[in-house]
Design a protein around this ligand. Sequence first.
Ligand code: BES
Ligand code: MN
Ligand code: ZN
Length: 523
Amino acid sequence: MTSPSTTLSLVDTDPAELAVDAIVIGVHSQTGDQAATSGFAGSLLLASGAESIAAAFDGKLTETLALLGATGGPGEVIKLATLGTITAPIVAAVGLGPEPTGAAPAPETLRRAAGAAVRALAGAPRVALTLPLPDDADAPAALRAVAEGALLGGYRFAGYKTKPQPTRREPVAEVLVAVPDAADATAGAEITRAQAVAGAVRLCRDWVNTAPNELRPPSFADAVAAAARDAGLGVEVLDEEALRAGGYGGIIAVGQGSEAPPRLVKLTYTPEAGGNGKRVALVGKGITFDTGGVSIKPAQGMWEMKSDMGGAAAVGAAMLAIAALKPSVAVTGYLPMAENMPSGTAYRPGDVITMYSGKKVEVLNTDAEGRMVLADGIARACEDGTDYLFETSTLTGGQVIALGKRIAGVMGTPELCERVKVVGESVGEPAWPMPLPDDVRKGMDSDVADISQVNAVMDRAGHMLQGGVFLREFVAEGVDWAHIDIAGPSYHSGEATGYWTKGGTGVPVRTLVQLVEDVAANG
Ligand code: BES
Ligand code: MN
Ligand code: ZN
């Protein structure tokens, strides 16, 4: 089930003469002082890019938008019928917030604005964006942000409705982005990159949004493997027999309660001429549905646990973008997949599991299943050899309690955590470093095995950190690693906002891709 697609191209002709269904312009909200001197238009200020449109309206554009209630606040979209003043029948003014002094709007402001505008214009097949782009060294980043925002705001999951929806407007099919020179090679490269990256994010969202009866480990593995083969990646899929024979105790334990058996998908990207000699491993949690198992979850909201494979979806999608972008570094993706079900064959609290690394783990709560499958994925990645290991997972409700629905928690080697934070910030996927305290590790000492899966006594204390501390046990000496807990940011249950639509967000695909490019460029 794939969502309808959106195409993107550059245009450098006069926006007032573009034959499109709608033109998007940016508007800033003004500070009190600016508003006091600008008369009727009140608090509104046109952003650059909209000059020829404003001229066609005889200087009345801001005034009219203000009359219609525009304030320039972030996310606001006000539509205006142009009644022949310009070629396009609609102008849509998207709010950018206050104009930053002496600078163009931040890339994330543009990304959200482009997303909000394209979302609000559903029903218009062809849309042009004339948003304020800097004309200096920041231009590529701004253009990238606009392009990504447009493609992601234009996303809609195909869904399963059997009847046509007459009141539902189709997502924008074609977006033109106005730039000073449409033939500019740097600008063209940014569009190509944005298409690859946003395509990956959209596919990640599709996988997350797919109903859990339609995406169980075997079919998820097949879907990832098929897409990866098409992209030219190396693909290896371990089925339940190979996993059992190989000693992947954590993946087998979690998967054994389901009649849909577990999988481990390995994807390999090999750079030309060996790249820069560095190796990156990406590991993602692929629980296609998390009931909690025998330690069953409450019914309310359990349906959202269809998104518990968001980490694996992000890793799979990022690998596809990497195959397209061809960075000069070797990258391997590991996607352990299982369905966590309660049944007569399910693993149980009290079980002691021999993991792929050989360590023995005492299970105390079958709902802490993510760390079980990830431990095996991480151990395998380290055995294959890697310099940097990024692992991402919808691991703990504690992440949501600590950092909310937008900011991921990061644990691991301090320098790499810092790198995730910086890169996450730069792409609009914030992530915050968290500690791995000794006392949290101590609380996970097991009476009978090498380590407990969770703290038996103070089960909620340092909840998110327990996940990080547990996973650390399976990372080989000398490997720089970061665990990115995306329980909150991977799934958006509220109304659409900016370029986030309801459901899967595609976080942290863009962070993973940017991290790989960063390692390719800087080692
Ligand atoms: N998949 C959940 C974590 C989760 C919670 C993701 C909410 C997204 C939203 C994970 O497998 C889980 O159940 N974690 C438990 C851990 C506990 C049993 C130690 C949790 O968060 O309560
Ligand atoms: Mn769970
Ligand atoms: Zn889970």
